[in-house]
Design a protein around this ligand. Structure first.
Ligand SMILES: Cc1ncc(C[n+]2csc(CCOP(=O)(O)OP(=O)(O)O)c2C)c(N)n1
Ligand SMILES: [Mg+2]
Length: 1012
């Protein structure tokens, strides 16, 4: 039966041009196969077929204008005309598996929730002045205890919830409680026990502690300027060791590996463990923080400096937590798209309690809960101190974090007290002990650990007679031994076990520790702990004794490392544990297969002239994506990342075409469901639509850009953002991306201080290229024409994803519409585009006076227009150079200059700038839509007179024309400035310049735009 395929609802657009016809009569069509591409002045979008069958006749051709309801083609339908929900086959089976395992696990939970035969637990009865009827209170509490023991926790929760609901309905004003008491979340009887050998684990941990401290002390003895930290790892050693011995599975040929973000300045501990494991030797430990010579160990986790060891750069506080959240989210994205298997891998992130004050640390915790990231575990090392002093002297950081994370929907596990406290808490019949625990502020907790048992007895237990009595049979030494949860391997194990099994939400383990644990008077719990990097002999002896390190006094004085024999029980145990867990950690490897760069054909359409048709480079980019999505090899690897700007960039067509990733699919019919560019969310969606969240979007990009190492799959992330909200907004993350050896594209759209008209000071970017240039492995381009973009993009794919170079690309695109010429036939053009400049046009009719005009981005077009005026009205010849990247030219110039200076006797090399301009005639004038410093960068690499123009100063909202006039980069200013330059060089009389200034109403008295 013949049917007609009609143009669907395309939103607000009417009479839209057909720019491509992708099918022909006789073709067999499947549902969703694209048939034509249409393009408005804002966006281009493919129209997919909603009918399967054989095409009889085409009713449209390229250049036609179509509106909703127009016939595109006639088709003989094959009958299967329902729109499929296109989840890839492998994804479908993965989802089915995951769902099946979820039901199994649910059953397990049910079993676990059966009332357990718990030992009789006395209710904690906190004496409370507000309790007007303690007997009644007791009745209620006993009833609750009875429910818990008879029907289990879930029933108790249910009843409490019902009570609260009832109270609300009755009008009772129930205060919001975000906290639980200041005790461990897991009661002792619910703790899962470790099957490890605790004695041997303690001995191993002591050796790691010693070697970590020794490494820092030795380095600083040799070179006091090196720095380092002892106190942080000292507080976190148990937290790491339990993970290393029992939980963290390494990557190997059978398993993808857990991903662990180590707290940056606890790096010495990781090196010390690697030393015992035989992965690092003494010589390497002795080159801690001396990585200038090869083999040195980097101060912090820096994949750039130790590419086979560190996976994640974390030391800039706040980046670790955010990157870890998006890493976990990205892992789920890859699973839901069917690109990796769901192996139950986890992302663990170790964070400092001081670090949690960074806005980035907590900024994405809502997303983690919303996305149900049960593959994510935060461990916050609450040693109550940061660098200067207490994190919350007058408050309680653990409670504060608990409230925030609970409020956000996380599974919170507090590990506050060690096992020695268990019996005290169990015997706290009156509730006074927990009351003190709740009342004591962190400043007091810290001070107590800087003193001794007698002080704790007096200041803590001494607060109430009941608690004084509770510890009356304990000596001061016993009191001093009452340990904190984060130093107790049993408590830590139980918490990790529970966290690993949690489903449906991310987990945060909030562990209480002591900063500088074991460092004694000079370093334990004192405000200066953080920066302690030298220990005197007495401190070292104390440290040795505290952890029973088998070293003689002489060896301690020499600060010797200690590594037991390879056949010792300790080393065997340590290696065996890691063998069981699949290998060593951290370790950075990659087995990703390269992605072959797309064939040049894909870009061919960008090398021909657009004729009269005007388009922006942003639109050209979107067209290019549409084409890339047709390449079966490339398409699945593309990860478009957009922070709520798809419509700004004309990319809304991707919503329908490849879907927006949403882990729960789409639970609603979108308002615009009938439209071609409907907001389609999908479990296997490809677009990461991040909302107004540049830091999050960048974190997603980093996760995708390093998938080649973390997931062994090469992906091509393309993050498109408002260029002003790029590097200056997320500069630190971009720096971390460089360190991480990220590979992918960053696109600064709506770029250029004067090109983005109407928006104003906080929108108009005239410096992102300069910020980008600060990152050594970031390759940047500011192209003007669509063929430049095509050449740059393809080469980027080839270098990064085929040749696996550890670089990333920053390309600016603009929103100014103009026609694009065909690519010049000159065989050197492509090389020039990539190296940074090529001659695009020459005027040489008069052969009297010449000037070299360099333009970049949209300002190149102003320059070309100015050259025409100079030729036609002033008989001045010119060569016009399209500069695609001042940054790349500078890099080349620097390298060549350096070589020449270091090799004075050898034949001197010539920079690319010099190759282009060395033999040219006349002075050089360069301009871009960025600060003058952008073009100034190449000034040292030419021996000619060089003048640069640019958009220095704050932007402002106005028309493009007025902005260019204001910043003096419009055609008229460029003509006048060219004449002035020539006059200054004494190549023409100054009267021409003066006349031009007058003619174009240029006010010579106007202050610099930087002052306006
Ligand atoms: C963004 C940033 N600001 C400042 C620092 C310097 N710095 C390094 S560690 C530290 C204190 C960390 O305290 P905390 O997070 O509590 O970790 P702890 O050492 O106590 O475990 C500071 C201020 C940094 N690394 N990054
Ligand atoms: Mg701290």
């Amino acid at each position: 039966m013949s049917e007609k395929l009609l143009v669907p609802d395309i939103g607000d657009f009417e009479e839209v041009e057909v720019i491509e016809v992708l099918v022909k009569p006789g073709d067999q069509l499947n549902i969703n196969d694209p048939v034509i591409t249409i393009e408005s002045d804002k966006s281009s979008v493919e129209i997919p077929s909603t009918i399967a069958g054989k095409i009889e006749k085409l009713e449209v051709k390229v250049g036609d204008r179509v509106s909703k309801g127009n016939v595109i083609l006639d088709i003989v339908s094959s009958g299967e005309n329902k729109k499929n929900n296109l989840i890839p086959k492998d994804t479908e089976s993965i989802i089915r598996q995951a769902e099946a395992s979820m039901t199994e696990k649910k059953d397990e939970i049910k079993v676990a929730q059966q009332p357990t035969q718990k030992k009789e637990q006395s209710a904690i009865q906190v004496t409370n002045a507000k309790d007007t009827d303690p007997l009644e209170t007791q009745d209620w509490l006993e009833s609750l205890s009875a429910v818990i023991s008879k029907d289990g926790n879930q029933r108790a929760h249910f009843l409490i919830k019902e009570l609260i609901n009832k109270a609300y309905r009755e009008g009772a004003n129930i205060p919001y409680t975000q906290n639980t008491p200041y005790i461990n979340t897991i009661p002792p009887e619910a703790e899962v026990k470790s099957n490890g050998d605790q004695n041997i684990e303690r001995r191993i941990r002591s050796l790691i502690r010693w070697n970590a401290a020794a490494m820092v002390v030795r380095a600083n003895k040799k070179f006091p300027e090196l720095g380092g930290h002892i106190g942080t790892f000292a507080s976190a050693a148990t937290l790491y060791d339990v993970g290393m011995n029992h939980f963290w599975r390494a990557k190997n040929n059978k398993f993808g590996g857990d991903l662990v973000y180590f707290q940056g300045h606890s790096a010495p501990g990781m090196y010390a463990r690697a030393f015992l494991e035989g992965r690092l030797n003494e010589k390497q430990l002795d080159s801690f923080r001396q990585e200038v010579k090869s083999g040195g160990l980097s101060s912090y986790p820096h994949p750039w400096l130790m590419p086979k060891f560190w996976q994640f750069p974390t030391v800039s506080m706040g980046l670790g937590p955010m990157l870890a959240i998006y890493q976990a989210r990205y892992m789920k994205y890859l699973i839901n798209r069917g690109l990796i298997k769901d192996e139950g891998r986890k992302v663990w992130a170790f964070l400092g309690d001081g670090e949690m004050d960074e806005p980035e640390s907590m900024g994405a915790i809502g997303l983690a809960a919303r996305e149900k990231l049960d593959n994510l575990i935060f461990v916050i090392n609450c040693n109550l101190q940061r660098l200067d002093g207490p994190v919350r002297g007058n408050g309680k950081i653990i409670q504060e974090l608990e409230g925030s994370f609970r409020g956000a929907g996380w599974n919170v596990i507090k590990v506050i007290w060690g096992s020695y406290w268990d019996s005290l808490i169990a015997n706290d019949k009156t509730g006074h002990l927990v009351k003190i625990m709740n009342e004591t502020v962190d400043g007091e907790y810290q001070a107590m650990k800087a003193r001794d048992g007698a002080y704790v007895r007096e200041k803590f237990f001494g607060k109430y007679p009941e608690t004084q009595e509770l510890v009356s049979s304990l000596s001061d030494k016993d009191i001093w031994r009452l340990n904190r949860g984060g130093h107790d391997p049993h408590k830590v194990y139980a918490a990790y076990d529970k966290a690993s099994k949690n489903q449906g939400s991310p987990t945060v383990i909030i562990a209480k520790t002591i900063k500088g644990y074991g460092m004694g008077k000079t370093g334990e719990s004192v405000n200066t702990t953080h920066q302690t990097k030298k220990l005197d002999v007495d401190d070292l002896m104390y440290y040795r004794d505290r952890f029973d390190v088998p070293l003689t006094d002489e060896q301690v004085r020499n600060i010797e490392y200690f590594k037991p024999d390879d056949k010792s029980a300790e080393i065997k145990y340590l290696k065996e544990r890691r063998l069981n867990l699949g290998g060593f950690l951290p370790e950075r490897t990659t087995y990703a297969k390269p992605v072959k760069a797309p064939s040049k054909d894909i870009f061919e359409f960008m090398k021909v002239s657009t004729g009269e048709k005007e388009m922006s480079t942003t639109m050209a980019l979107v067209r290019m994506f549409t084409n890339l999505l047709r390449d079966k090899n490339i398409s699945p690897r593309l990860v478009p990342i957009i922070p709520d700007e798809a419509r700004t960039f004309g990319m809304e067509g991707f919503f329908q075409k490849i879907g927006i990733y949403a882990h729960e699919g789409q639970k609603y019919e979108p308002e615009d469901a009938a439209q071609l560019s409907s907001y389609r969310e999908d479990k296997s969606g490809q677009v990461l639509e991040e909302g107004i969240n540049e830091a999050g979007a960048m974190s997603s990009w980093i996760a995708a850009a390093t998938a080649y190492t973390n997931h062994d799959i090469e992906m091509i992330p393309i993050y498109i953002f408002y260029s002003m909200f790029g590097f200056q907004r997320i500069g630190d993350l971009a720096w971390a991306a460089g360190d991480s050896q990220a590979r992918g594209f960053l696109i600064g759209a709506t770029a250029g201080r004067t090109t983005l008209a109407g928006e104003g000071l906080q929108h108009q970017d005239g410096h992102s290229h300069l910020i980008a240039s600060t990152i050594p492995n970031c390759v940047t381009y500011d192209p003007t024409f669509h063929y430049e973009l095509a050449v740059i993009f393809r080469e980027g794919m080839r270098r990064m994803h085929e040749k696996k170079e550890n670089i990333f690309y920053y390309i600016t695109t603009m929103n100014e519409n103009y026609p694009h010429p065909e690519m010049p036939k000159d065989k050197n053009c492509e090389e020039g585009i990539l190296k940074g400049m090529y001659k695009i046009k020459e005027f040489d009719k008069f052969k009297k006076t010449k000037i070299q005009l360099l333009g970049s981005g949209t300002i190149l077009r102003e320059m070309m227009a100015a050259a025409e005026v100079l030729q036609n009205e002033y008989q001045i010849d010119s060569e016009i150079w399209s500069v695609t990247s001042f940054n790349e030219l500078r890099k080349d110039g620097m390298e060549v200059e350096r070589y020449n200076l270091l090799n004075p006797e050898k034949e001197q090399k010539i920079s690319f700038v010099e190759k282009c301009l060395g033999k040219s005639e006349g002075p050089i004038m360069a301009a871009s839509d960025y600060m003058r410093m952008n073009s100034d960068q190449i000034r040292p690499y030419t021996n000619k007179s060089f003048y640069s123009l640019g958009t220095d100063g704050f932007g402002r909202s106005d028309t493009r024309k007025n902005l260019r006039k204001f910043f003096e980069v419009d055609k008229e200013h460029l003509v006048a400035y060219s004449l002035s330059v020539l006059a200054k060089e004494q190549l023409i009389a100054s009267k021409y310049a003066k006349e031009a200034i007058k003619k174009y109403n240029i006010d010579g008295e106007k202050p610099m735009p930087t002052k306006l």
